[in-house]
Design a protein around this ligand. Structure first.
Ligand code: ADP
Length: 262
């Protein structure tokens, strides 16, 4: 009898409507908070390399130019700061495009083994500088066909492997491991570096989160690499997992859909 009471029904509808609007307001507030924090973080991150480059250049103008050795050193430092600024702006553009959904994944049938080969060639120089060696397992693997956006997955591999080199110990190893499941290819990037303490593990995918700020900056990190990785894999309906043992190393793992045989 009660359910048929029109006043009660109206009352229920209003209640549901108000609850829905309250939820929307909460979400907008959260978004607004996120935007504000993001802007504050970005301004801070941009200021650091700009101030550094400015400092070196002004010191040169104010007379440090006369000493040839000092001049070279300061010019190199100014250039390094500007390279960092360039990397930061590029990563910011990628991240903001992904967050607004402006980037659509271009899913194609790609050979992931080949992508990894190209990435390893690209990172050969920085690996040599740190005496880090690469290994792909299983070593007789010639092709790994998956459905993915080749360009974006290349970026994922660059970010993970570059981190595995940058944060490794000198002379360390990086192993890229391919595994097969029924419908997925499983890829992992493992290093035997110092690892990441457990309390930081679930925060490293946040923008600008760094375990050791100084080391990240010194190695040219923007603090956005893993946030970008997470977004790209999300766009593939996939996730990134991390396991780390302090003193032993870190492993990042993700899955991609296997492509049909043709
Ligand atoms: P960054 O540009 O600082 O490298 P990332 O988003 O790629 O930014 O990584 C975030 C942080 O996670 C790094 O600053 C570093 O502290 C930590 N990290 C990432 N990969 C590794 C790794 N393989 N071993 C140890 N620490 C890592």
């Amino acid at each position: 009898v009660r359910e048929n009471n029109p006043l009660k029904r109206l009352n229920d509808e209003i209640f549901v409507y108000v609850a829905k609007k309250q939820k929307e307001i909460e979400e907008l507030k959260k978004l607004e908070q996120f935007r504000r924090e993001f802007l504050a973080d970005v301004s801070h991150e941009l200021k650091t390399p700009i101030f550094a480059a400015q400092g070196f250049l002004h010191t040169l103008i104010d007379g440090a130019m006369d000493d040839e050795k000092v001049r070279d050193r300061f010019l190199k430092k100014a250039a390094k700061s500007l390279d960092g600024l360039d990397a930061l702006v590029k990563d910011l553009v990628t991240l903001s495009q992904m967050e607004t959904g402006a980037i659509k994944m271009n899913i194609e049938r790609i050979d992931l083994r080949l992508v990894v080969e190209e990435v390893l060639e690209r990172l050969e120089k920085i690996a040599q500088d740190r005496k880090v060696s690469f290994k792909v397992k299983p070593d007789n693997l010639t092709e790994v066909w998956v459905n993915a956006d080749g360009h974006r997955i290349e970026q994922v591999m660059v970010n993970l492997i570059e981190n595995a080199v940058k944060y490794n110990k000198e002379g360390g190893k990086v192993i890229i491991h391919f595994n097969e499941e029924k419908k997925h290819s499983v890829i992992s990037v493992r290093d035997n570096g110092p690892g990441i303490p457990a309390e930081h593990l679930n925060r490293i995918f946040e923008r600008f989160y760094r375990v050791e700020k100084s080391r990240s900056k010194e190695r040219g990190g923007t603090g956005l690499g893993l946030a970008i990785v997470k977004h790209i894999l999300n766009g593939h309906g996939s996730k990134i997992a991390v396991m780390s043992k302090p003193g032993k190393g870190t492993t990042f793992t993700f899955k991609l859909d296997k492509a049909e045989e043709v």
